[in-house]
Design a protein around this ligand. Sequence first.
Ligand SMILES: *Cc1c(COP(=O)(O)O)cnc(C)c1O
Length: 372
Amino acid sequence: MYKKSRAWIELDMGNLKHNIEEFRRVLPFDCMLMPAVKANAYGHGAVLVAQALQKEGIDAFCVASVSEGIELRQAGIAGEILVLGYTHPAEFGDLLAYDLIQTVVDGNYAKLMRDDGRRFKVHVGIDTGMHRLGERWENIEEIVNIFRIPNLKVMGVFSHLCVSDGNSVQERSYTMEQIHHFEYVVEELHRKGFHHFKCHLQGSYGILNYSQCCFDYARAGIALYGIYSAKNDRENAAVDLRPVLSLKTRVESVKMLYHGEGAGYGLTYSARGNRKIAVLSIGYADGVPRELSNCGFVLCNGKMAPVIGRICMDQMLVDVTDIPQVEAGDEAVLIGKSGDLEIQAEEMAQWAGTISNEIVSRLGERLERVAE
Ligand SMILES: *Cc1c(COP(=O)(O)O)cnc(C)c1O
């Protein structure tokens, strides 16, 4: 199969390595990275990314589901793999077969695992204020009881911050409260005689904005891929993170559109004057947000080409009137560099009215992933 045929992702593993080094520079020396490689490593390709991380000495990973953990094991990834989310009891056997660590999502879930009777490795989730997963931090008795369940090997406790990306006074004080709640739980566990477990609290923005209060692990996700959730965060960051992913496609066809003619489903675009348009072989089934219809840009031959008409499932149209020498077979860049210009995932996210995390994590299965 010809690589880079229709639409593909290029991964700059040099930039991934650079980002790891940047994180290691700002983290305390005894805090280890436990990268989040869930959602196919935020669309980048879980196996390619985990293999590259493993080569850099990383030996702990977070995934969202058992099936994501199995994919890594089948590709030969060693070390700890923590399933951050829910696993149905019918799948508990896979936790053992593939040596995965399960999150105890609350006290009741711990009882399900107890009743199963087999010996599971777990990290206990603590709800310190996000009110998503975890046993509430105030319920120390309940948390201690989880530690006392004989068939659970509790290897860690963790919580998650929900406003660590914000810098308002309220957001900072809420995050400090979450940190204190987590510290309180850890101290209570120590007081009750439990010492042999790892603690972790921070995702990307927790590391970026609260690097002074790190624990044993830091669960870096989006920022490890050199992407910020929002556009302005890059300028304000104390680290130099470089995007790993480029999203590219091919021009399938170049044609004229004459004054007054419409283009694409619904004919939502209509040409003012004669236009030259290019049809690109990528669409919303590949993860290009449909919100980019008649909005947003791609790069062709180092120039910006505006999106015209609705994004289709497998194709999209751009205006290349002002770009000389665009031909069928040329590359077009949706995320990444072309000539002197660059479109970052943050920009595409802004055009689509979402965060870059959603953009990259939804990049489709049928895109080839090519490590450079
Ligand atoms: C996804 C996730 C992370 C990583 O978050 P980023 O903001 O992408 O760094 C960390 N912890 C938990 C519990 C998560 O679900």
